[in-house]
Design a protein around this ligand. Sequence first.
Ligand code: SF4
Ligand code: FES
Length: 330
Amino acid sequence: MIKLTIDGIEVEVEPGTTILNAARKIGGEIVPPAMCYYSKLKGSGGKCRTCIVKVAQGSAKDPRPMPKPVASCSTPVQEGMVVLNITSPELLEARKGVVEMLLINHPLDCPICDQAGECDLQNLAYEHGVAKTRYEEPRRTFEKIDIGPNIQLHMTRCILCYRCVQTADQITDNRVHGVLGRGDTAEIGTYIANAIDNDFSGNMIDVCPVGALTDKTFRFKSRVWYVDPMDAHRNCQKCSGKVALWMHGKTEIYRVTGRKDEFGEVDEFICNECRFEKKDINDWTIEGPRKINKTSVISQNHYVLKAPPHRINLNSVEMVSKQILTEGKE
Ligand code: SF4
Ligand code: FES
């Protein structure tokens, strides 16, 4: 086993583990964000650079620091390595730069994007972004394309993470799309306008970190924080049948997705029949509400616990409201 520290926390992992997975073993805030790496997809990672970390000591044998931030999703750990993520202001500044680059060609259409509330880029921009853009050139824009009966591609929002390409490659038997072109002309496209239509194609929607691939059966139906996520299952011949139902009221199913873990990755890929065709509550056995991280926007309106009275400081509430009123007037 190999010992290293990440943000001062010691962890022991198997040789060959990446820094990102070592951080995931610790969990919590020190885990770097990942927009292109996906543990269930072979060969993913190394494209977006959001997972960069600072290596302050390469290893016990060679304690020199690495000269530049490294992609934690594709850098293996070394014995005695010292890694800094949220404890390095320098690194956070560098990540801010990565986010700025990702946002150069990304439209700020979160108010009308179906991915809003569960979008990795939105979260990143919220945590590391700057309010203003320095970019003055025209942005890339594309027409929306229907790729098959259930999926819409909004290329303008794509960050070229390749996850959907790897999903199609590795869990469907017939990939008909890929990244076409190079550099600033690169785009996701299908060959000769093929429709993406096979039993597992819907998983591309779940792996897309932004709103570039969306579910046409859910588009514009509801903001994600107004629906209630439930764990449910059914007997399915094609997949495990274990899904998350996004419910409106007690009986209406607005959307079916895979169940995502704390790192935003699905536990198991699900088939298109479960995802797009089973929208009747009688098709499913409901297991109960999904546990959603309290800080997620999806949790809004879903808190079940009331804050104990001693935790509410009325003076500070008053102070904040006064501040908002003053700022409003300015
Ligand atoms: S469409 Fe989504 S999943 Fe596919 S490359 Fe673009 S951002 Fe990644
Ligand atoms: S997650 Fe590591 S480069 Fe994208």
